[in-house]
Design a protein around this ligand. Structure first.
Ligand SMILES: Nc1nc2c(ncn2[C@@H]2O[C@H](COP(=O)(O)OP(=O)(O)OP(=O)(O)O)[C@@H](O)[C@H]2O)c(=O)[nH]1
Ligand SMILES: [Mg+2]
Length: 303
């Protein structure tokens, strides 16, 4: 840990509507995948941190679930986690998808909440996905947000291509207060391996399954053993609410779950740099979304 006077340390809470690109940005700034990304909304379900270094600064990037009008208990827990993390951060960075012109319902909701809430920190705006639109259109959007008076700075980036991301990180490094680093210089996240492994499987479920099915699932790592050959044996449970969902995840002749398991295993091998055996079990648990234990696992508030 660094003790020199000028060292800086702090957190940037990234919030935004589902699919704005928060997780992609965290991964881009860290330089490695720490948070799962899919083209579907509501991918991130809990707080995930990525740690980035810049000069004398150690910056904790806090990825959060997308903010939207929540319905289910799980949705409410996700949205309240996002706001909680925003309030806890040194700086709040609001991510907006600049790829569409008209503000969506969720984006307007976020702007309204920002006005309403008692926020003492610096709040900045990051317009993401600038690779998708022409410069003139972008400037009109910047003006629109500038006029809200909510943001002290406005940045334009593409989390996907990395455009504008170096300058953003350099400013984050200045925004965080003078303080000692909390983490080891090489650390990129604080997520325990078991959780990360469960997230990877959940990402594959999101990518492989259609419509509502992935939203009705959760994944937990139940066992983790290293054998004498230095191979890791991981057992995970996929909780679903209906036998029909179980059948869909299994797929014809078990093909679907085989694909999901294979993709997750490959990513785990790369991540852990060790041989991995991954066993997936599907359990039907009709009420897992009303079971506090399932929330505890992910650091989500159960209300
Ligand atoms: N073209 C383009 N696509 C992007 C960019 N950033 C993210 N995406 C895509 O947008 C989709 C959503 O990205 P995520 O990073 O999962 O978004 P998120 O805000 O974390 O979403 P939730 O976790 O669901 O709230 C993915 O398909 C990304 O590849 C960008 O700068 N340009
Ligand atoms: Mg995300």
């Amino acid at each position: 840990m660094k003790t020199m006077n000028q060292s800086r340390f702090g957190s940037i809470g990234l919030i935004g509507a589902p699919n704005a690109g928060k997780s992609t940005l965290v991964n881009q700034l860290v330089g490695t995948k720490v948070s799962i990304v899919t083209h579907k909304v509501q991918t991130t379900r809990s707080r995930v941190i990525g740690i980035a270094m810049h000069g004398d600064s150690q910056i904790v990037l806090v990825d959060t679930p997308g903010i939207f009008q929540p319905g289910r208990r799980l949705d409410k827990a996700m949205v309240s986690t996002a706001w909680r993390e925003a309030h806890n951060a040194d700086v709040i960075a609001v991510l907006m998808d600049a790829g569409h012109h008209k503000r969506t319902k969720d984006e307007l909701l976020i702007l309204k909440e920002l006005e309403k809430r008692n926020i003492s920190q610096k709040v900045i705006l990051i317009l993401n996905k600038i690779d998708l639109l022409a410069r003139e259109k972008l400037l009109a959007i910047v003006q629109e947000f500038h006029d809200t008076g909510l943001f002290s700075e406005i940045y334009m980036v593409s989390a996907l291509t990395g455009d504008g991301c170096d300058a953003l990180l350099a400013d984050f490094a200045k925004f965080v207060p003078e303080a000692e680093w909390l983490y080891d210089e090489d650390l990129i996240s604080d997520m325990p391996s078991r959780l990360l492994a469960a997230e990877i499987t959940r990402e594959k479920l999101f990518q492989q399954l259609h419509q509502e099915i992935p939203y009705m699932c959760t994944v937990e790592t139940e066992s983790w053993e290293t054998n004498e050959k230095d191979e890791i044996k991981i057992g995970q449970v996929i909780y679903v609410i209906k036998p029909r969902h179980k059948a869909m995840i299994l797929g014809k002749n078990g093909q679907k779950i085989k694909t999901i398991g294979m993709q997750a295993r490959h990513e785990l091998i790369e991540l852990l740099e060790q041989p991995v055996h991954l066993n997936l079990f599907i359990k039907v648990k009709e009420n897992w979304m009303d079971d506090p234990e399932r929330y505890q696992h992910w650091g989500l508030e159960f209300n």
